[in-house]
Ligand binder design. Sequence first.
Ligand code: SF4
Ligand code: SF4
Length: 378
Amino acid sequence: MEMRKVFNWQLKRRVSYVYPQSRPKKQWAMIFDLNKCIACQTCSLACKTTWTSGKGQEYMFWNNVETKPYGGYPVAWDLGILSKLKAQEWRGDKYFGKTLFEAAEKDEKILQHISEDEDWAYPNIGEDEISGMVNRGDWIATLPHRIWMFYLPRTCAHCTYPACLAACPRKAIYKRPEDGIVLIDQSRCRGYRECVRSCPYKKSMFNVETRISEKCVGCYPKIEQGEMPQCVTNCIGKIRLTGFVSTPDNSRKDNPVDYLIHEKKLALPLYPQFGLEPNIYFIPPIHVPISFQEQMFGPGVGKAVETYKNIRDDQTLKGLLVLFGSFEKILHSFKVDKEHAYGFDEKGREIISVPVTEPIYVRDVFDKNLKAYRLNTP
Ligand code: SF4
Ligand code: SF4
């Protein structure tokens, strides 16, 4: 299969892809702070009630939340493709191993792991399972924890080099030039399922009723109104932020997404070695061993964890994380002063301000005016 060369900044090198390089004017991106996710699944339900409540979509979760190390939807989606990809070598922050396009068999476009029907039937397998046995008398006193688990929310990453788009023989999948959202043209799709087989994140899904493929649409009608997607605005843990990510050479310090990804290198892509340049970025959990996380988030994970642990001393970063989940509109820029974090729209108008530290008021036990005690009620 003849391949083109495109630049992948997450791997710091040129990589193989089916089509020539073409970046959108703006690239949709999301950031998830994994230290705050509580697996309440509100995001999954917000998505489901908005987009996938129809026939044939019963087992379709465009947004899912799985528990690592044992969870996965579909079952073992990542283990399947990782074991096929074999050695994944990084030297410093440059990737020297093969990407999925480079490891493709002769006459194939991409290395594939195929999930069977049964793998799609257990969306919450492994949920809340911890990494090992807890000994009697164990307690948590150190970071990372000896026994651990963490929640991994996932949606389509609207990749810069999408495998689904590359694989489609009908050219039914396209990446919007205005915001980088990847969509399946439902009228062109004939349900060949090449996208389902090829997406390594398993975020293109087949509808058995309509006999065509469907995937996360990035809540594009909301994005067009300058609003964040349903999974973001409904997130109980306020772990999510949507914005537009620049390439590293065009990074803007006042762009919240650029700041976390490029300036602080706190938010990292999931399995960047696949070579798709995915546009969902994860702030790694600080209680999970680095050795486990490096394969998922790349070599920058140790530094990111240290940055997060020292966040108390970083007013800008603290302020920016407080802006997560504070507002429905997309923030194009931000600033933080001694007391407040501010978000601005595309025209630079202030649209939100929040205190970096929530004020705490402690009431007297005895209210002198009412001559009454204020006791906690049982
Ligand atoms: S709504 Fe937020 S906190 Fe709840 S599971 Fe989804 S990402 Fe995690
Ligand atoms: S995550 Fe999968 S479905 Fe989404 S754009 Fe990337 S390759 Fe396509």
